[in-house]
Design a protein around this ligand. Sequence first.
Ligand code: ATP
Length: 335
Amino acid sequence: MRRICVLKGDGIGPEVIDCSLAILQKVSDKLEFEYADIGYAAFQKHGNYMPDQTFDLMKRSDSCLLGAVASSERGDYSSPVLRFRKELDLFANVRPVKSIAPSTARGPIDVVIVRENSEGMYTQNEIFDDEGVTTLRRVTRRASERIISFAIRWAHENGRRKVCCVHKSNVLKASDGLFLRTFRELMENQKDLVKEEQLVDSAALKLITDPAAFDVIVTLNLYGDILSDVAAGVAGGLGLAPSGNIGPDHSVFEPVHGSAPDIAGKGIANPTAAILAGAMMLRHLGMDDPAARIENAVSEVYASGHLTQDLGGRHGSRSFTEHVLKALSGAAVRR
Ligand code: ATP
């Protein structure tokens, strides 16, 4: 049995995670789910965005599935996501984006963004003075080596051909320069992988004008955060993009999107990202067959034209999920 910690979270989190759980239960009887509170939902119940019992369960589980956590401007708010990424040492954020839905993009996209998840702009180190605020942005050799090696390994294990380092070393010569130099060194002996480099601004443009040009992108924290939303937009929207936070001992899988308060409670959120996050989690746990079944069923539902409202279709979260369940049962999914 694999023990999964389920963190439904806020906004549309519980709605899309319920869909994902229905699919996971359909493809495997080897998963045991335990539930914990996180985010604003946890704050209301326990007075804490990340209660200790949640953190303990995350540590004891084989993996975690997260819905979404609402961000807050309250003075006492500190992001539980940044906390668990740091304390569970989830140094890699893997964000695959693949065309499965109709989109207005200038070509198909099948890119995996490997984002450094532990430092960069996200160290929350801000120093105030009389005139303003200075934010410290940290880049270390150790974290750069770790994430670039991870991306190289990931490319090998998943049959990818190219790894592109996205940076801004023409301006941030020392910090991004360190990241780029580390990339060049580590790629030197990778004869079966094509080495590419791109400035972050031109990478953003190229993702839109020539999305098929990219294979695996490895990049710093903030760039990866922004570029993965761009890539999701190219593929059709935020409802489609799953992600995994991965470290040596722990992992948390989640949709790239947030809690989407504007559509929460309406039953119209696209659950695809949460369903595919579940499939990513299975792959991470070595359960490739049920993961592939989920991915194929989702593709089949899209190919047959059943779309949620964010993509111009008429389905809500549940009726879309019913079609994925049907596809998993081997029933033809007709329009
Ligand atoms: P948060 O404060 O939690 O980041 P947000 O609304 O600022 O929430 P997102 O949740 O990422 O950020 O949503 C951005 C936009 O994309 C919103 O208009 C939202 O409705 C839409 N959106 C996000 N996820 C989905 C989804 N699964 N299905 C449909 N629309 C979505």
